[in-house]
Write a protein that binds this ligand. Sequence first.
Ligand code: UP5
Ligand code: MG
Length: 192
Amino acid sequence: MAKPKVVFVLGGPGAGKGTQCANIVKEFGFVHLSAGDLLREERNKQGTEYGELIETHIRNGTIVPVEITCALIERAMSQSGKEKFLIDGFPRNKNNLEGWQKNMESKVELLFVLFLSCSEDVCVQRCLKRGAEGSGRSDDNLESLQKRIQTYTNDTMPIIECYKEQNLVKTLDAGRSIDEVFSDIKDLFKGV
Ligand code: UP5
Ligand code: MG
C-alpha cells in the first residue's frame, strides 16, 4: 500500500496556518491535523495524565515533548483512515524533528513544507485581535505571545532552515489578505 502523504505547514503564531489549512481541506481533500489543536483537545480530556504539563507549555509558549505530540498525530492519522495530511504547527524544534524522524519519517511520504512567512508584528496583532474577540486561548495574550515568538525564532526557524537545505520548503508571504495567500497556495497544491 502507498504511504500516506504529508505536508507540514509551518509559520509563526497567527501566520494563518489553521485558516489556510481549512481552505486547503475544502479544495484539495486533505485531512487537517493541527498539533496545537490535538494538544488542546488532549489537555481538556478528563483524567489525562498530561493535562497540566500541556497547559504549562502552551501558556509559556514552550514545546511539549515529542512523545506526546507525535503519538497524538499518529493516532489521528490512523483513525482518519485517509491518506493525505496537512500537519499544522509541527515539527517545531529539534526534539520534535528527531522524534518524527525516529517514529514516523519512514512511514509517510513528505511532499513539502509550506512555510507561511509573516512579520512578528502582524503575527502578534492577529493573535491579540483573536484573543480580544474571545478565542478563549490561554496563550492569546501579550506575555504568552512574546514567549511564543521567541520559541518560534530560536527553535522553529532552524527546523525550517533544515528543510530548506533539502529543497523541501515552499515559502509564501502570509502578511497579505487570506484570499491573496490562498490564491498562491492553490498553485502549490495543483497536481498534488
Ligand atoms: N488571520 C489568519 N490569516 C489572516 C490574514 N491573511 N489576514 C488577516 N487575518 C488573518 O489565524 C490567527 C488569526 O489571524 C485568526 O483570528 C485569523 O482569522 C486571522 P490562524 O489561522 O489561527 O493562525 P495560526 O498560524 O494557526 O495561529 P496559531 O495561533 O494557531 O499558531 P501557533 O503556532 O502559535 O499555535 P499552535 O496551536 O500551533 O500551538 C500552540 C502551542 O501549542 C505552542 O505555542 C506550543 O506550546 C504547543 N505546541 C507544542 O508544544 N507542540 C506542537 O507540535 C504544536 C504546538
Ligand atoms: Mg493554529
